[in-house]
Design a protein around this ligand. Structure first.
Ligand code: ZN
Length: 105
């Protein structure tokens, strides 16, 4: 095989302002209603009963807020780490890094 072109594809720059509301999840944290600017590495996914949800964890109050899927580019969704509440069915399948991200859930 001969490389026809060097691979220099970069993910598009992306950011999204999201208010910390805790929307979509019952959880032990109270949302702080602060405003966050997310970049691609900040989007997380949760899988519940086969449904995939995307969201982020607030750096201030550690609350998970769901983000409407249509606001997130597909490249960002593909690479979003998965999180799951410790003790839930999906938790054991997570990587070490994903378990670390999940500790606030
Ligand atoms: Zn917050």
């Amino acid at each position: 095989m001969v490389m026809k072109e060097e691979g220099n594809y970069k993910l598009p720059d992306w950011s999204l302002d999201v208010r910390c509301t805790g929307k979509g999840w019952e959880q032990k944290h109270k949302p702080c209603y602060g405003m966050m600017t997310l970049e691609d590495g900040d989007v997380l996914k949760r899988i519940t009963w086969g449904e995939v949800y995307y969201g982020c964890i607030c750096p201030e109050c550690k609350c998970f807020t769901e983000i409407p899927e249509k606001l997130i580019p597909s490249e960002v969704k593909i690479y979003a780490p998965q999180v799951a509440a410790p003790g839930s069915n999906n938790y054991e399948n997570l990587t070490k890094e994903e378990k670390e991200l999940s500790k606030y859930l």
